[in-house]
Design a protein around this ligand. Structure first.
Ligand code: ATP
Length: 197
């Protein structure tokens, strides 16, 4: 089973590309989804979060106030490390189980925004980077998700740069055009994935 890392900056179109690859028959492991799942109501991680960051973060239905946790956990390095110490082992465990579940597949797509930042490039058989100039990404995120442009810029500044991602890419998907423009690029990518095995 080949591991295909799919990454790109915020709003570059990772989800859009991963859906096209899913249609081509490849299973997708979504890192953001796993991060959310480990903090589902009643989970051990959520109990630990409440113990360290405050039980008022969790409402009566067991749901976490993510925005407030982010405020408390990202206020200094010590708090961030404390949160990572709770969540990272659970995320790692769940990710490994999913890869194991797909071990008989030809290839699995790992949709991971922080692939470069977290030094996971060498664990992949192929790295695919979705690229879109920052101004277009901001425009798309503001119009489609109603995000604040300055907020998006701040998050971009915390991520790897386009140059850093391009430097480790085996394949670059240019998503600056329409979604239709993705089709031939995805087709070429699928051929390249098949040629790995
Ligand atoms: P995030 O970093 O937040 O996880 P992402 O990289 O998964 O985002 P998408 O959610 O696929 O990116 O795309 C971001 C937004 O841009 C979405 O609203 C999506 O519909 C839109 N989008 C993606 N590709 C295109 C395109 N080629 N043309 C216009 N809009 C697009």
């Amino acid at each position: 089973m080949k591991k295909i890392g799919l990454t790109g900056g915020i709003g570059s179109g990772k989800t859009t590309v991963s859906k096209l690859l899913e249609k081509e028959g490849f299973p997708v492991i979504n890192a953001d989804e796993i991060s959310r799942q480990v903090m589902e109501p009643g989970s051990e991680v959520l109990n630990d979060v409440a113990e360290i960051f405050g039980s008022d973060l969790i409402d009566k239905d067991g749901n976490l106030d993510r925005a407030e946790l982010a405020r408390r956990a990202f206020k200094d390095d010590h708090s961030t490390e404390a949160l990572n110490g709770i969540t990272h082992p659970a995320i790692r465990w769940r990710t490994e189980r999913l890869f194991e579940q797909y071990r008989d597949e030809e290839a699995v797509i790992y949709d991971m925004p922080l692939l470069v930042e977290n030094n996971m490039v060498r664990d992949m058989d192929m790295v695919v980077v979705v690229e879109v100039p920052a101004d277009i990404r901001i425009e798309r995120l503001v119009s489609s998700r109603g995000l604040d442009a300055d907020d998006v810029r701040r998050r971009m500044a915390q991520q790897a740069t386009d140059e850093e991602r391009a430097a480790v890419a085996d394949v670059i998907i240019d998503n600056s055009g329409t979604e239709t423009d993705l089709a031939p690029q995805v087709k070429k990518l699928v051929e390249k994935i098949h040629s790995l095995s």
